[in-house]
Design a protein around this ligand. Structure first.
Ligand code: T4K
Length: 380
């Protein structure tokens, strides 16, 4: 078997830089509970994103961040004119388990909307038909770092008085017309997992429009404790620890360079695969500065000669770990059996059967990109 290449590889700062960053922790013995590294990273991230540090809160991971913001907005608590809970959330099934699970774990009901064929984000033209007097929010996903049609989605939300919370797990550092993805909607959740463009080992953040949410989120992520002797909410524990924050401080210094290197990998794939019959690439969006987080490719067996699954197996035989992000759709998961129907989201279903995300990370060698493409193209 050839040299193993996985779908991604965590970015890490030079060892000495990280060691230097964590050194003072051996003097102060402060390891978690919103310590100095946590505060520093929050400020560094706010500066990087061009927002105030009053509009960002850090979390132990992206999933907890999403659960926390859904809870902090009190979704599902309001009642409609008939006394029924407004607990329906319009969202996409073309995502990682986290998005749908977060909605369900907070006692809310996902209502699945189909996606667009061009960028795989929520189709705004299909949202209004799904809105009922029980709808409370829209949770779209900036999948692969492709930004949703934020203007259309937010216009609909405003008209129907709905909250918009973006799952921006893939979209850290992405900008539209020079504006950060952090400022859209009522809130956006970022994942800083080891597999993401920017990582804090495990970690995440929520950026939000209303700065009064900062205090609330900090309380929710710390058991709902609101004062030395008061606990007003049934909160959880979702705080980022100091080692994770230190990793973030270091990784952020290198992020723009890392993204530049990812861009080279991305462009090499495009050079090799663009224009091949039966292969559809995700080339980016107008006015959007990408973070090159993923390299999804759609394979149409009728035109290309091999299905997505056949290409996946072929690459695996050569030690290349492409991934089927996102197959299966979350609305077909075993744990939701009988609750939803993939036929309601036909575009998402079709894309989920054809998509393969190819390896991409900053240190992936151009020669390796060429080899991956050769395997795909010469074995058809
Ligand atoms: N919303 C969306 C849309 C998401 O995609 C995610 C996470 C979330 C919400 C939730 O955010 P977090 O709570 O995770 O912050 C991975 C990640 O675990 C997950 O964070 C990510 N999405 C998802 C798309 O991918 P797996 O099960 O595919 O990961 P795994 O362990 O197979 O790793 C993939 C590859 O990454 C490996 O082949 C090698 C590389 N890798 C992995 C790890 C763990 C590294 O290089 N270093 C590492 O430490 O889920």
């Amino acid at each position: 078997m050839d040299k193993k290449i996985l779908v991604t590889r965590s970015s890490m700062p030079p060892f000495e830089e990280y060691a230097d960053e964590i050194k003072d922790m051996w003097d102060n013995h402060w390891l978690t509970n919103m310590g100095v590294k946590h505060k520093q990273l929050e400020k560094d991230l706010a500066d990087y994103l061009g927002i105030s540090k009053e509009n960002i809160a850090l979390f132990v991971n992206g999933h907890q961040a999403l659960e926390c913001i859904l809870e902090a907005f009190q979704l599902g608590k309001e009642k409609n004119a008939w006394g029924e809970p407004k607990n329906e959330v319009i969202t996409t099934p073309f995502t990682f388990a986290s998005t749908t699970h977060a909605i369900v774990r907070k006692g809310l009901k996902p209502v699945f909307c189909d996606i667009k064929e061009d960028d795989y984000t929520l189709d705004p033209d299909k949202i209004e038909a799904l809105i009922t007097d029980r709808t409370c929010a829209i949770v779209p996903v900036h999948v692969y770092g492709n930004l949703c049609d934020t203007e259309k989605i937010e216009k609909i939300a405003k008209k129907h008085n709905l909250k918009v919370i973006y799952d921006a797990a893939h979209a850290f550092s992405v900008e539209k017309n020079g504006v950060s993805s952090a400022i859209f909607g009522d809130a956006s959740m970022f994942s800083f997992h080891a597999t993401k463009v920017f990582n804090t080992i495990e970690g995440g953040a929520v950026c939000f429009k209303d700065s009064s949410m900062k205090k609330v989120l900090n309380e929710w992520k710390n058991f709902g404790i609101t004062g030395p002797e008061t606990t007003e909410f049934i909160g959880g524990n979702a705080k980022m620890n100091e080692f994770a924050a230190a990793m973030g401080i270091c990784n952020l210094r290198h992020l723009d360079h890392e993204i530049e290197k990812r861009k080279r990998v991305f462009e090499q794939y495009v050079k090799n695969l663009y224009g091949v019959a039966g292969i559809k690439l995700n080339l980016g969006q107008n006015a959007v500065k990408s973070n090159y987080a993923y390299f999804p490719v759609l394979f149409d067996k009728d035109k290309f000669g091999k299905s997505r699954d056949e290409v996946f197996d072929l690459l695996a035989e050569h030690g290349i770990g492409a991934r089927k992000y996102f197959y299966p759709l979350t609305n077909s998961y075993e744990c939701y059996e009988g609750m939803f129907d993939v036929k309601d989201t036909p575009v998402a279903y079709k894309v989920s059967l054809q998509v393969l995300t190819l390896p991409i990370y900053s240190d992936l060698k151009i020669d390796d990109v060429d080899r991956i493409c050769e395997i795909i193209l010469n074995n058809c």
